[in-house]
Design a protein around this ligand. Structure first.
Ligand SMILES: C[S@@+](CC[C@H](N)C(=O)[O-])C[C@H]1O[C@@H](n2cnc3c(N)ncnc32)[C@H](O)[C@@H]1O
Length: 327
């Protein structure tokens, strides 16, 4: 019996995805791309959506039941059906079963650290020019949400190496990535270690940083990236952007340092009532990108400044206070 709830959105406590926890003995099924003719199989992950739009992530096991406040559904009613099948609970509530998209999976999966959502994942892949065949090093892995997007972007010919220094977060990232892929991807390496020292021993086409103090990793990033390589940092705060940007320019091996923010505004479309949704996720973080260039004898590329700028530099010093030195 299972009882997924929208609050946790995850498999119930008594259920694990591995054979050890599978009451009916089914192995987790290899995921099938949403949108094929293949009927939904025993062991597959589906997202059940009720009429209010509430979603529940469920791993199907023959013989199991899904329980909610709106009644129960036998998993066997869904297994063998085409994707998109609608079934009724014992209390008459209709739910629709679809294979989850990555976005749906990330919204419902178990979390340790705060995740990078789809709007920023998409821009990290686009601005970082992460494409099939790329080797990407990311830090930290957190809950593995961004890892899933990077794995999709590099494809089977590419590789993702994820650093995570917290064992508990690494466990959650491994579980999420494995659950979504129906097994651990062979082109993914999860390194449970501090990235600061380890990064310089790696070579990557792209480095993606989602950690509190990315400036600590700038020198190691320059070691890991050959000229032309790209670093992308996801940082929630303005002081982080300033310090990361300053550190990139000061290193002398980066150019084209740019920062942007992505806002996505959903709209409600219902007959003649068409308007922006009352709620939107506004600020999440800034994305700062830079290109690696060879170190030059004159210290590196000059930072371009607007005429109106004071040209003041920030002494980051031993404290984290912003102290503007000179102009
Ligand atoms: C905000 S989370 C990353 C979330 C992740 N991008 C996702 O989408 O699920 C930041 C993670 O970086 C890890 N971290 C911070 N500093 C690190 C370091 N120096 N080396 C490795 N991991 C680090 C933290 O433990 C945390 O799990």
């Amino acid at each position: 019996m299972s009882a997924d709830t929208p609050a946790t959105g995850d498999a119930p406590a008594a259920r694990t995805d591995g054979p050890a926890g599978a009451g009916a003995g089914a192995e987790p099924a290899a995921p099938v791309l949403p949108g094929t003719d293949a009927p939904i199989a025993d062991g597959e992950l589906v997202v059940l959506t009720d009429r209010k739009g509430r979603r529940y992530l469920v791993t199907l096991r023959s013989g199991d039941e899904w329980h909610s406040h709106g009644g129960l559904v036998a998993h066997d009613e869904i297994i063998g059906s085409p994707e998109g099948v609608s079934v009724h609970t014992s209390k008459g509530m209709e739910v629709t079963a679809l294979r989850p998209t990555r976005d749906e999976f990330v919204l419902k999966m178990k979390r340790g650290a705060q995740v990078v959502y789809t709007k920023d994942q998409a821009m990290i892949v686009a601005l970082g020019d992460v494409r099939p065949g790329c080797t990407v090093v990311e830090a930290g892995a957190g809950s593995g949400a961004l890892t899933l997007a990077l794995l999709a972007a590099v494809g089977e010919s590419g590789q993702v190496v994820s650093f995570e220094h917290r064992e508990d977060h690494a466990r959650i990232a491994r579980r999420n990535v494995t659950r979504f892929h129906g097994g651990e991807p062979t082109n993914w390496e999860l390194v449970v270690d501090d990235v600061t020292a380890a990064l310089s021993t790696r070579t990557a086409h792209r480095v993606v940083l989602d950690l509190l103090e990315p400036w600590d990793v700038v020198a190691a990033t320059a070691e890991a990236l050959p000229p032309g390589g790209i670093v992308v940092a996801y940082t929630p705060g303005v002081p982080q952007v300033m310090r990361f940007t300053d550190t990139l320019w000061a290193d002398g091996r980066f150019t084209d340092v740019r920062t942007s923010e992505t806002l996505v505004r959903p709209w409600d479309v219902d007959g003649l009532a068409v308007r922006p949704a009352h709620r939107m996720v506004a600020h999440t973080a800034f994305l700062t990108t830079a290109r690696r260039v060879p170190r030059r004898a004159d210290g590196g590329p000059a930072r371009r400044r607007r005429k109106a700028d004071t040209g003041g530099s920030v002494d980051w010093g031993a404290t984290d206070d912003l102290r503007v030195a000179g102009s």
